[in-house]
Design a protein around this ligand. Structure first.
Ligand code: BGP
Length: 467
């Protein structure tokens, strides 16, 4: 029988706390690294007010319900629920998320909760951040707090959003000081340990399911030259599989270790670490993944310098290069978004097939989408046909992947509602719902459904039959 979407498929949308909430210093919320960030690009808003979801969340959930959402993937702000100043939970912050979760459940929307999405408490960063093993214990304590407060109602947890992008493109995301390659990969190792401990904790204390949420993309070689193929294999392993091999198999990926050794940057591993990473209770129940675009690479030019960590054009999808290993190039077969990311719907299917053949676990799509300029027209409408086209093509490929045997349990595109991009401001919009503000003018923050809102509503109502 032809495999198709289950009736309990989690159709929804996705956001993250610092990019949507605002209320950056309200009701006892303390500073995260996103609040203290100093490299906000010119003419781009910071995250203080964002979409002011902190004051519009009920309306936001109502609009999600109107679209027929079965799930909503959002993150909890660590600094809203825990006070390092008072060394105790911040009840007002807890109440915000309790109310949000209750409201979602009232509308039969399943909360999919990310514990940590790029917003480490600044207090911890100042004490060494993820380079310090203390942060691992702090993350475990924070996870306990979340389980104590929300564990009875949340059935799907995500540990860390895009740990791979925090490692590979941290300049675009966190704006932290210029760490050395070894320090960056030490942070990465410590995050792996934190994740393993928290997955175990969730398994011990709840019946919920939990998974990591990396950004995963198929990687193509620029030509059939064996050297280009090796570059593609290397990049794919360093970008993608490194993160999932450790989470699923408890094993460090050889390509990643080789790259670190050759750069004299191998991180320190304590004897007990591998036991923690290999604990059977630390294995994920599913793989959540974010997909925006594929990537294409070629072998590197020995005479050229590469941006390996930070720099102008490096972000989550573009500009990757590492001398002696790979250089990302443009794929002439693909069109680009208004913000320069390649559009590859077939790559979405390829990515799911690669994930399934490597790990054979259920998959949960937690981000996919297109950033573009949207404006209200004279009738106060937004015609984002380009977004509908993007989703339509991706969903067609998703259906083919499911038919081929991919066990995909949900599709939660980015983003449910307009929010602030990681480094390109509010002008780079992703939502089904328009939020009326600009980079420097908060206007009335009124919400307007875009054309894609009605389209997505129909897709959900027909369980993906009517695209
Ligand atoms: C992912 C992040 C999100 C998000 C999205 C779009 O990497 O998990 O937080 O913002 O990409 O990226 P951007 O905001 O840079 O356009």
């Amino acid at each position: 029988m032809k495999k198709t979407i289950n009736s309990n498929f989690l159709w929804g949308g996705s956001t993250s706390a610092y990019q949507i909430e605002g209320g950056w210093n309200e009701d006892g919320k303390e500073m995260s690294v996103q609040d203290t960030k100093t490299n906000i690009p010119k003419n781009t808003t910071d995250f203080k007010f964002a979409s002011d979801h902190y004051h519009h969340w009920r309306e936001g959930v109502a609009m999600m319900a109107e679209m027929g959402f079965k799930s909503y993937r959002f993150s909890i702000s660590w600094t809203r629920v825990w006070s390092y100043k008072n060394n105790k939970a911040n009840e007002k912050g807890i109440k915000f998320y309790r109310d949000l979760i209750n409201e979602l459940l009232k509308h039969r929307i399943e909360p999919i909760v990310t514990m940590y999405h790029f917003d480490l408490p600044d207090f911890l960063e100042k004490k060494g951040g993820w380079n310090s093993r203390e942060t691992i214990e702090e993350f475990v304590n924070y996870a306990k707090l979340l389980i104590d407060n929300f564990g009875k109602k949340v059935k799907y947890w995500l540990t860390i959003n895009e740990q791979n992008m925090m490692t590979l493109a941290s300049g675009a995301i966190s704006g932290l000081r210029d760490y050395t390659l070894k320090e960056i990969y030490q942070q990465n190792h410590n995050m792996f340990l934190a994740q393993a401990k928290v997955i175990k904790l969730i398994h011990e204390l709840t019946s919920a399911k939990v998974g990591p949420a990396p950004n995963i993309s198929s990687i193509y070689p620029n030509s059939s030259a064996p050297e280009d193929n090796l570059a593609a294999l290397t990049f794919s392993n360093i970008r993608n599989w490194f993160y999932l091999d450790i989470a699923v198999f408890g094993k460090y990926n050889v390509f990643a270790l080789d790259m670190l050794n050759k750069n004299d940057s191998m991180f320190d591993v304590k004897p007990e670490d591998m036991k923690i990473l290999n604990n059977p209770l630390s294995k994920p129940d599913f793989i959540a993944f974010n997909y925006y675009a594929s990537g294409t690479v070629k072998a590197t030019d020995p005479n050229k310098n590469y941006i390996s960590k930070y720099g102008g054009k490096l972000d989550q999808q573009t500009g990757f290069g590492l001398k002696g290993f790979y250089e990302q190039v443009q794929n002439p077969n693909l069109k680009k978004t208004q913000f320069g990311w390649e559009i590859d719907a077939v790559g979405f299917k390829n990515t799911m097939l690669e994930l399934t053949s490597r790990y054979n676990l259920p998959l949960l799509l937690t981000e996919n989408g297109i950033g573009g300029y949207d404006e209200l027209d004279e009738k106060n409408q937004i015609n984002d046909q380009y977004r509908i086209d993007y989703y339509k093509n991706h969903l067609k490929e998703m259906l083919k992947a499911i038919e081929m045997g991919v066990d995909l349990i949900g599709y939660n595109p980015w983003s449910a509602i307009d929010l602030v991009s990681t480094h390109e401001g509010i002008k780079k919009r992703y939502g089904f719902v328009f939020v009326n503000r600009t980079e420097d003018d908060l206007k009335d923050l009124k919400r307007y459904p875009k054309k894609s809102f009605a389209w997505y509503k129909k897709v959900i109502a027909t369980n993906g039959k009517d695209l």
